[in-house]
Each structure stands twice: as C-alpha cells, then as structure tokens.
Design a protein around this ligand. Structure first.
Ligand code: PEP
Ligand code: MG
Length: 885
C-alpha cells in the first residue's frame, strides 16, 4: 500500500485523533480531536512527522507522492471552504504551521495568509470590503515568508514598519492606513528581492511548497536544536506541518484573537484565564508587541461569544480531563479554535488543579498524584520574600512565574551564561525574551521583561523552568545594548543587585534575604497525603542539627536517615575542642579534649531524638579526614595557634602531617575510629547518654548508630564492640534500656561485594551512594565538575551520576549488596542516604531494588514521596485523559 502522508480534518470529521501525537504532532492531533468533538475549527490537513523524517532521509527532498497528496487535500479544503486557492476574486488563504510531538514554544515557525499575491489581494479587498485589512495581511505574509522561508532578518522588515510609523507620526500598527500598508507591501517586496536575490513567489502553489519545506527545515534550525538539547527531545521525532484555512482576527472591531487557559496556570484557580486583542492577528498576542486585555473584558465586549467560549472550555476539560491551553480567533463575531493542548502550569497550579479535579471527580486520586511531576515541587520549595520585610520596590510588572530571585542585573543571554559559569547569580533583564534567550534563561536565577503579557515567551518558558519571572513591567525602560534599565529617574546598571518577586510582580532594588518555602498544608498536603497512601518505600531525611530535624518534621519524614555528626563541629566555638582533639599528642590528651565535646554532642543528639520522638535516627560516627577541621592559610594558622596557646610551627607541622594525597581514600570513615577508638567511644557515650536521659523522661529515643566507609566486616565488628560496650555501661549507669541498632554504610564497592559477611555484624545497611558513585567510577566527587560537563556534552555520560543514580554500574553493586545482605540476614533494614535519595529517577530505582527507605535533604522529602508514589503507580494506572466519553 502506498504511504499516506497527509490527514484531513474539517466540518466535524477528522482522519486523526488525539492519541496520534507521534504521527500528527501535538498541535495536529488536537486539531483533529477538536474537529471530531464538533468544536468550531477551521478545516485543514496535517502532513505527518514521518514525512519530515523522510524528507531529511531523502536529502532534503519531498518524498515521492507527497505533493500530489497535498494537491488533493488542497482541493478538499477548497470544497470545504467554497473558495479556491489563488482565486483572484475570492481566494482561499491558509496558514502553515509546524507541530512536533511535544509543544516547543516559539521554537518552530509559522507562515500566515499564504495564497496572497498581487492579484488575490484585490480579491480579498473585494470580499472584505476592507483594503486596510487586505494590505495588512499581505505585508504580514511578506514579512513571515521572508523571515521563515527565505531567511531574511526580521529587522529588515520591522525597521521599515517603524520608519513608516515615525513618518506618519503614529505609534500603533493599527493606526497605519491602507495606503501606508500598500506602500509597505511594495517596500517589503523590494527587501525580498534585495536580500533573497529573487522575487517573492506570486504563485500560491509555489508559496505552499516552499513553506512546507521551510517548516521541515525549521526542525533543524539553531533554536530548535538548542531547545531539544536542553529538554532532551530526540532529533529523530521530526515535526508535522499543519495547513489550515485562515480565519481573521483583524477584520475589524468585531474580530480579535487570544490565548486562554481553562484554569489559572499560575495559581490553579478554576476560572478561565487569558488575554485577547481586538482587531489583531495570530501572533500578536504571544509576541508581546501590543499589550493584550484580560479575558474578562471579552465577557463584557462580546457576551454571546464569551458564553460559547466558556462552553467549549468546559467541553475540552471534560474530554481531556485536564487544564487546556487554547488559541482562538473571532472573525466578524464568529468564534474559532485554532489550537488546544494540555496547558503548562506552575507547580502550585499543578497541585491545585490535580487535587481539585480529583474532588470534582474528573480524575481519580492516582491520576491526580501522577499529574504532578516530582521535580516540579522544587518550585514550591523555592525561597520567597517575607511579606513583613521592608523592601524598596521600584517597579511592578506582571506576576508571571512565582518565587523570588536575587541576583545581579545582566542584559543579554550571553552575559547570563558567562556569569553562571563564574557561579554568579544573575537576573536576566530584557525588553522581551525570544527563543534565542533560552540558554540565558536557564543560566539566570530569574527573568524580568519590560514588555509582553502573561502568555509571552518569557512567562511561558519561565513557568516551565520553574523560575521566578516578572513580565510586562512597563515601568522600566531597558537599554540592553548599554546594559542598564531606567525606572523614573533611577538607573540600574549591569552588575547592580536586584530582587524580583514572580508571585507579586514586584521589582526590588538590592539583594533581599529570602525566606524558606511552603508548608505541607492545603492542596499540597492533600496531594502528598495521597502519595503517602500509594507509596511502598519509606522516606527519611538527612538532618544534621536540631534545626534541620524541625524542618524534617514539617515535611513529614519518617525518621532521620543520616545525621552527619561532624556538621555540628563548626558551630560556635565547638571547633576549638575539635581542634584540641586533633592536635592531642596521645590518647589521654585526646580523651581530655573529647570530654569537652561530649556534652555538646549529647545536647544536640538529645534535641534531635526528642524532636523525632519514636522515629529512627541514624547517627553516623565521625567520617571526614581530620585535616578538614584545621586551618589552611598561614594567617588562619597563626590566629588559631594564638587562640589555642600552641606554637604556630607545631600547628603548621600537624597540618602538614595530616595532609593526604587522596584524602577521600585516606584516613577517614571507620579508619579514624579504628586508630582512635576513643573518638567512637565518646560519640557512642553522647548518643546513649542522650537517649537514656530521654528514656527516663518517658520519651522514645530510637538511635541507629552507623559506621562509615566499611570495606571489611572486621572493621565493623571492632567498632560495633565499642558501641555495644559503651551502650551497656551507660544503660547500667542510668538504669534504663534503650532500643538501638548498629549498622553500616555500604559506600565502597568491596562492601557491596562482601555484603553477606558484613551483614553478619550489621542490623542495617545504608547505601552511601555519593562515595559509592565516586569509588565505582573512580571519579572524584570534588573534582568531577571540571570535566563532567564535557562528558555530558559529548554524550559519554547521559546524566551526572552524582545527581541521578547510575543503574548499570552503581545500581548493579547495590543489587549485589542487597541480595547478599538479605540472604545472610533476611530482616536486614536497607536504605540509601546519598544525595540520590531525593532525585526522582533514583527514588524509582530504589523502589525497584526493594529498599526499605530513601533518605534525602529535608526540602526534598515531598519530592521523594511523590516520586515514590509515581514508582508504584507508573505503568499501572492508565491516565484516562483522551478519547473518553
Ligand atoms: C555518601 O557517601 O553517600 C554519604 C551519604 O556520605 P558523605 O556524603 O558524607 O560521604
Ligand atoms: Mg560517604
């Protein structure tokens, strides 16, 4: 059978359906679906994504048979519209748009009003009785065709348009007359002749053929490639091409165009949210050139149209069972839908919409949980400005993407990228953003634009990235060339610190201190509660201090999976006692110094156990190499020596003595406790005394004592003996019994390989995947940053193994460790406490490996919980979002 390249939709019948996104692209598939739902959609046809791939396979040539199919479909379209392509009396005009599988905002190109030429423009004048409109449409075609198809720089056209406005002393495009526009058409044709070295094609068939080719080509333009690289979209998906009859929003004051969401994509409220422009065409709203009016005004201006619009929004939501993003046009009072897709939203809105829809019974709780991507929660867990804080607000724009951000003002994407490379925090300030700015937006903390609405490029992209964004801040005048912006008579220059609040739209001078994120209440709490009911794997947190433990409780962690005792050593003047311990000449002296540390540690542990009352708390014995606690620079050494009353030279000698070539593979972890058992003794005593005191007070401490960097069971046995002996002594002194466990980290490959032997002496295992990744790859966690980006760029590594667990290597060792450990001791408790414990794909792996829990930083607890629920539900729950009645 001959290959089918094109699929028709129109008049309530469609050859394709929403499920065929891979073939028809997202935009195409939904046009077919809406048509089948009897929603008013201008008829058209879609050229499949396969055709685009075929085009490149054949050396950038149309596959055989494509053009004749296009001709047949055009004829069908002519019949549906009762107009003919190229008819000088009443021409059919079409739009040509790209549409990949997933929406790539602003990445691909569009040509409108195709079919216009010197003759058909007269037909359009006849039909519309509106020469201004006809010439405006023609000059738009020349401009878009020139840019997208012929590769002529936009500025060549825009410059002439601005000149004309200046000459006529008007500010808005709409103030130009038919004659002005006719004049511009001639000028634009001249630009084409000069820049492209050819005349603008007058033959509509040739226009169409060239436009289709240009859409195919745009799949490989720089912006699209950059977008695919950032969002990891495969290059071989290709784009579909949608050819659709034009409807006009610029036919006069009873016409218009707009974009809307069926619910508020920023806060999630159940109300139609969007903007429209009267007497305007397609791209004007998204381009952010004219400032659009809120959709509520549509209700007042055209109540009948608005009612129909509301009805369509309801139909779409009920059908897709999701919040939809819609583009529409009103032509002489008649409403048409030009596009619909599942709407992008902030994390806050995603949660509210999912929970509300479950309550409205549009979806069930499992689907609601799956609707929120775990990494999205990062946004909610973003810092904000304390509302009680006195700040100096200098301007207000649109609250386009929530969260606050602080940084130095930069004015170009390149500056933002360079600054990020220097670890500088910046706010990207632009008149407006375009897809060329993507890399700069990724690099910046937040984005501030002077122009554009809530659906402008800056707003949509920032929301997707979860970055703070203030858009359409008309109070400011941006001079990106000279690197400053002005607001009233204030000038903010490149490098000046500013703060933006994407939740309120405020622009603030200076760097404001930001406060910590949302609590688990309201819809957020419900969603995480539902996730809790579905997940199988436990979620603990890494917490080093009582303050951390308090946050932990707020996020609902089920215990502490790692308390790095040494992180308390730098607080206050504790470091003095630590240094005395390190500098001690013999065990007796060391004991004296340790005696000073004992009450401090005990006090911390007591506070943590008390806060976690009844929940397990894993406390790890001292891990890092000792030199980390000593001063490095001469000046510091001098000061410390003076404070401690020791000689500067002696201190220098000690620092030098403790220096190691490979400290991460050196004298650290349990090796410290083996050579200085008194350290383990002191720590065990602090733990048990704290626990016994609480026990006496009727509290329920549950310590789990963890020995780090074990590679042989004998190391663990030696340390365990100390812990148990001290435990017995302390419990006897206090006359109470405390339940406790002794276990080990599995963070060296050998430990995983001999896990059966180690399990004999362990009550629990906790995978230290930071060190396990480091030692499995032989890749220093402190130095990898220098060359890892190159590995990622070259595709040698798909992801950073320190961020997402490497299943093939590190995961394989974990599998061995678990299998051997549990074979030797079936009741062995096994968890993970490396950074991976809060990363969604790693949580999923841990679930599959059968771990009892993951442990992650406090703010990532909700992320881990949601990821754990996804791990259970994914693949099992069919998201019924399409094709249902
Ligand atoms: C680990 O190695 O994964 C771990 C949790 O310990 P640290 O990061 O302190 O070495
Ligand atoms: Mg470690």
């Amino acid at each position: 059978m001959a290959k089918k390249y094109t699929y028709f939709f129109g008049k309530g019948r469609a050859e394709g359906r929403a499920e065929q996104k891979n073939l028809l692209g997202g935009k195409g598939a939904n046009l077919h679906e809406m048509t089948a739902l009897k929603i008013p959609v201008p008829p058209g046809f879609t050229i499949s994504t396969d055709t685009c791939i075929e085009y490149f396979k054949q050396g950038r040539r149309f596959p055989r048979g494509l053009w004749s199919e296009v001709e047949t479909q055009v004829a069908k379209l002519e019949r549906a519209m009762g107009k003919r392509f190229g008819d000088p009396k009443d021409p059919l005009l079409v739009s040509v748009r790209s549409g990949a599988r997933i929406s790539m905002p602003g990445m691909m190109d569009t040509v409108l009003n195709l079919g216009l030429n010197d003759k058909t423009v007269q037909g359009l004048i006849q039909r519309s009785q509106n020469p201004r409109f006809a010439y405006d449409s023609y000059r738009r075609l020349l401009q878009m065709f020139g840019d997208v198809v012929l590769g002529i720089k936009k500025i060549a056209f825009e410059g002439l348009l601005s000149d004309m406005k200046r000459q006529k002393k008007v500010t808005a495009d709409t103030d130009l007359t038919a004659d002005d526009l006719m004049n511009l058409v001639e000028q634009f044709k001249e630009v084409v002749r000069r820049e492209a070295g050819r005349d603008f094609p007058q033959d509509p068939q040739e226009q169409l053929r060239m436009a289709i080719g240009a859409v195919f080509e745009s799949w490989h333009n720089k912006r699209a490639i950059e977008y695919r690289r950032i969002y990891k979209v495969p290059d071989d998906w290709g784009t579909a091409v949608n050819i659709q009859a034009m409807v006009f929003g610029n036919l006069g004051d009873d016409s218009g165009t707009g974009v809307a969401f069926t619910r508020d994509p920023s806060m999630g409220e159940r109300r139609i949210y969007g903007e429209f422009l009267q007497n305007a065409q397609g791209e004007d709203v998204v381009a952010g050139i004219r400032t659009p009016r809120p959709i509520a005004d549509l209700k007042e201006a055209w109540p009948r149209v608005y009612r129909e619009f509301e009805r369509i929004c309801r139909t779409l939501e009920r059908h897709y069972r999701d919040m939809m993003d819609i583009e529409f046009t009103i032509e002489n009072g008649t409403l048409y839908m030009l596009q619909c897709r599942v709407g992008k939203r902030t994390a806050h809105a995603a949660i509210k919409i999912a929970v509300d829809m479950a309550k409205e019974r549009l979806i069930d709780r499992k689907v609601a949980v799956l609707r929120v991507e775990p990494w999205q929660l990062e946004q909610l867990l973003h810092p904000r400005i304390d509302p009680t804080l006195k700040v100096r607000k200098i301007a207000k724009g649109l609250a386009a993407s929530p969260g606050a951000a602080v940084g130095k003002a930069v004015f170009t994407a390149e500056e933002a990228v360079e600054a990020a490379e220097q670890h500088e925090k910046v706010i990207l300030v632009r008149p407006e953003t375009s897809p060329e700015d993507i890399a700069g937006m990724v690099a910046a903390q937040g984005i501030l634009t002077a122009r554009g609405g809530l659906t402008s490029h800056a707003a949509v992209v920032a929301r997707g990235m979860g970055k703070a964004c203030v858009a359409g801040c008309t109070d400011i005048v941006v001079n990106d060339e000279d690197g400053y912006f002005q607001v009233a008579n204030l000038t903010i220059r490149r490098g000046d610190s500013i703060t933006i609040d994407g939740t309120t739209g405020d622009v603030i001078i200076g760097a404001v201190e930001l406060t910590q994120p949302e609590e688990l209440t309201g819809e957020f709490g419900s969603l995480i509660g539902w996730a809790d009911s579905f997940r199988k794997i436990g979620v603990r947190t890494n917490a080093d201090t009582p303050t951390d433990a308090r946050v932990t409780r707020k996020f609902g962690a089920e215990g502490i999976g790692l308390c790095r005792t040494e992180h308390m050593f730098f607080e206050g003047d504790r470091i003095v006692a630590v240094r005395e311990m390190i500098l001690a000449e013999n065990a007796d002296e060391r004991r004296k110094a340790l005696a000073k540390l004992l009450p401090i540690q005990k006090q911390d542990f007591k506070a943590i156990f008390e806060l976690m009352n009844g929940l397990p708390v894993i406390i790890r014995t001292l891990d890092p190499p000792l030199h980390e606690f000593l001063p490095r620079k001469d000046e510091e050494i001098r000061k410390v020596a003076e404070n401690m009353g020791v000689s500067e030279d002696a201190l220098k000698d000690k620092v030098r003595y403790l220096q190691e070539f490979n400290p991460m593979l050196g004298h650290r972890g349990c090796r410290l406790g083996i050579s200085h058992p008194e350290i383990t003794e002191m720590q065990a005593r602090a733990i048990f005394e704290a626990a016994c005191e609480l026990k006496r007070e009727g509290k329920r401490p549950f310590p789990e004592i963890m020995i780090p960097l074990v590679s042989d069971v004998k190391e663990l046995r030696a340390q365990r003996e100390i812990v148990e002996r001290v435990g017995r002594e302390v419990m006897k002194e206090y006359g109470v019994k405390v339940r406790y466990l002794v276990g080990t980290m599995i963070e060296l490959p050998r430990a995983a390989l001999v896990a059966d032997q180690i399990a004999e002496a362990a009550d629990f295992f906790s995978f230290g995947t930071n060190d396990l990744t480091q030692t499995t790859f032989g890749l220093s966690r402190d130095d990898a940053g220098r060359f890892l980006p190159l590995y990622l760029e070259k595709g040698i590594l798909k992801t950073d193994p320190f961020a997402a667990l490497d299943e093939e290597g590190v995961g394989a060792l974990m599998r061995i460790g678990i299998e051997k450990g549990r074979r030797a001791k079936p009741q062995l408790e096994i968890g993970i406490c490396g950074e991976h414990g809060g990363e969604p794909s790693s949580v999923e792996l841990c679930h599959r490996l059968g771990l009892d829990y993951v442990s992650c930083s406090p703010y990532r607890v909700p992320i881990a919980k949601l990821a754990a629920a996804h791990a259970v539900l994914k693949g099992k729950v069919k998201i019924k979002e399409m094709g249902e009645k």
